[in-house]
Design a protein around this ligand. Sequence first.
Ligand code: ATP
Ligand code: MG
Ligand code: MG
Length: 381
Amino acid sequence: GATLGLMGGGQLGRMFAQAAAAMGYRVAVLEPQHGAPAAEVSAEHIEAPYNDADGLDRLAERCPCATTEFENVPAESLRRLAAKGTLTAPPAHAVAVTQDRNVEKHFVESVAGVPVAPHCAVLSEEDAAGVDEALFPGILKTARLGYDGKGQYRVKNRDELLQAFRSTNGVECVFEKMLPLKLELSVIVCRSLTGETKTFDAAENYHRNGILAVSVLPARISEAIAEKARAHAVRIADALEYVGVLCVEFFLLEDDTLLVNELAPRPHNSGHATIDACVTSQYEEQVRAMTGMPLGDTSRHSSAVMLNILGDEWFDAENRFRDPDWQAVLAVPGAKLHLYGKKEARRARKMGHVTCVAPTLDEAFERARAVARILGLPDPE
Ligand code: ATP
Ligand code: MG
Ligand code: MG
């Protein structure tokens, strides 16, 4: 088979490469870090920065198509690959939209016609001084490069907003109203080269310290809300003329209003459960979409509760370093362990995940609680 190009060497790339290998493809990865999780399972590792002209040209020479696993691969790099005749999924224009929260919100609301949180752009101190009083209390987010809640400031009033904006050294920001969330949801949508779309069931997501901790598939929401979320995701993918796998994060408010939080132009942490709970995983869909194959069946054969495993789990109550008890984890029925092969466990670093599958969500929760107890994690609810 052909060689598929991959931009970014993290765990999402590793699981993509594993899906690609299962379908007979070789993967060439462009990633500056030696021994990165995806590099270890790829046929070829081009050790260069994501914007390195020489590295990009080498990738383009080998690969008829390429994808990304990291949302901050410069859109310009994807343009360079495309100019060399390598099809990129996602396309550069779609990635460019998602790399700036102000551009993204404007696109989702005004082009795709899907509602987002009340917000305004804050590009200067004058903007901060002039924001609508109705947006307080709110969250100031840097427009670019934030993830896992980094670059976010919760502010109660205008003084705090000005202070927060100054602390970013004046980079472009967006200011959003703080909303009463009932649930956080995500829908993964895949769109083929011919414009065919498929969505996975919505997942329900829980964060700890700004990092996804637990994902529940399917989300415990009404059929009407689930359908609306899937329809919104498809509208956005169509409006973006997207190719590949796109994650749409939603807020479900106390009054059942459904708003888009943000987009991730790649497979997503909340989609890990699709590996073990669905006929086709989000990673296989990425392979199919970029190679011009028909998209796979996204239906779910099991219910699932996914627990992220962070480096913190390597430290016991006395802060001593030791390996978690995988023997005990794997003795739990339906527990599927995924480790990313990272060289060093550090607190807050995503090291792996466990997906607990079962015929019903109640049983999946029971199994996930058993795993959580072994790993010393809080009970998923
Ligand atoms: P990710 O790791 O998902 O990329 P991120 O750093 O891009 O995260 P967001 O998804 O924008 O950040 O926000 C992180 C979390 O903060 C959300 O999942 C949600 O829990 C909370 N949050 C963000 N915006 C709001 C809001 N307007 N109202 C209430 N809570 C919010
Ligand atoms: Mg984000
Ligand atoms: Mg988010």
